[in-house]
Design a protein. Structure first.
Length: 215
C-alpha cells in the first residue's frame, strides 16, 4: 500500500465518489506516547458502491511489548488478560496491508492512525497513504462540528447527530464500522447540498480536497 495513486481500477479521481473502493480503519493503542506506545488492536471495514459491509471485515488484536496504560484500559478495556490470545504484529500487519490494498483509506481524526501505523507499515516496505479521508474534517466542513474548538469532534456524537447507530465504541472494529457509516452519511449530505445549490455530483477529488482543507 503506497500513497494512493491517481488512478484506481481504471477510474479517475474526478469520478463520482461512490464508484471507488474505500476502507475505514481504526486502531486502539496502549497509550498516545509515540515513543513507547503500540497498536494493540486494529479494525478495517470495506466500503463499496457507497455501502459498507457487515461481514468480511478485519479485526485483530496484537500482542504488545508492554502492558496497556491504566488510562488506555479505561477507554478500550483491553487488559493483559484480554490480550493473552492476541497475535504477533508480523502476522497482523501483512493481513491489514492486503485488506486495504487498492482502496482509499478513511479514518476519524486520522492523525492517530497515521502516527501509529506509519512505522509498522514501513517495516514491510509500505507507506501510509498520502490521500486519506478524515471524517472529522468532513464533519467540520458540513457544519456538524465546530471548526475552532481545538478538539476533534467525537465519533459517537457525530453518529448520533446523523441518526446513525454507534457500533461498540472504543472497539477497533466497532469504531471502524461507525466511521464507515459516518463517511457515507456525510458524503451523501455534502453531495445533496451541492446539488441543491446548483452544483454537480460529488467526486472523490472533492472529498480529498475537503478533507485536507478542514483537517
Amino acid at each position: 500500500m503506497g500513497a494512493a495513486p491517481t488512478v484506481i481500477l481504471g477510474k479517475r479521481l474526478a469520478d463520482h465518489w461512490r464508484s471507488y473502493e474505500y476502507c475505514a480503519v481504526d486502531v486502539e493503542t496502549t497509550g498516545l506516547d509515540l515513543r513507547k506506545d503500540e497498536v494493540i488492536s486494529v479494525g478495517a471495514v470495506s466500503i463499496s458502491n457507497g455501502r459498507f459491509k457487515g461481514d468480511g471485515n478485519l479485526y485483530a488484536e496484537i500482542i504488545p511489548a508492554q502492558s496497556p496504560s491504566p488510562a488506555s484500559i479505561a477507554i478500550h478495556g483491553l487488559r493483559d488478560v484480554d490480550l493473552s490470545k492476541a497475535r504477533a504484529a508480523h502476522d497482523v500487519i501483512p493481513e491489514l496491508i492486503a485488506h486495504i490494498s487498492g482502496k482509499y483509506l478513511i479514518a476519524h481524526a486520522s492523525w492517530v492512525e497515521k502516527a501509529f501505523l506509519s512505522h509498522r507499515l514501513s517495516k514491510y516496505g509500505q507507506r501510509y497513504p498520502k490521500d486519506v479521508i478524515d471524517t472529522a474534517a468532513l464533519a467540520r466542513f458540513a457544519g456538524y462540528a465546530e471548526s475552532d474548538t481545538g478538539h476533534e469532534p467525537s465519533l459517537e456524537f457525530l453518529a448520533r447527530k446523523l441518526n446513525l447507530p454507534v457500533y461498540t465504541p472504543h472497539h477497533a472494529l466497532g469504531d471502524a464500522m461507525t466511521t464507515a457509516a459516518v463517511f457515507v452519511a456525510l458524503s451523501s449530505r455534502i453531495e445533496q447540498k451541492q446539488l441543491a445549490e446548483g452544483g454537480q455530483t460529488l467526486s472523490l477529488q472533492q472529498l480529498l480536497r475537503i478533507s485536507k482543507s478542514n483537517s
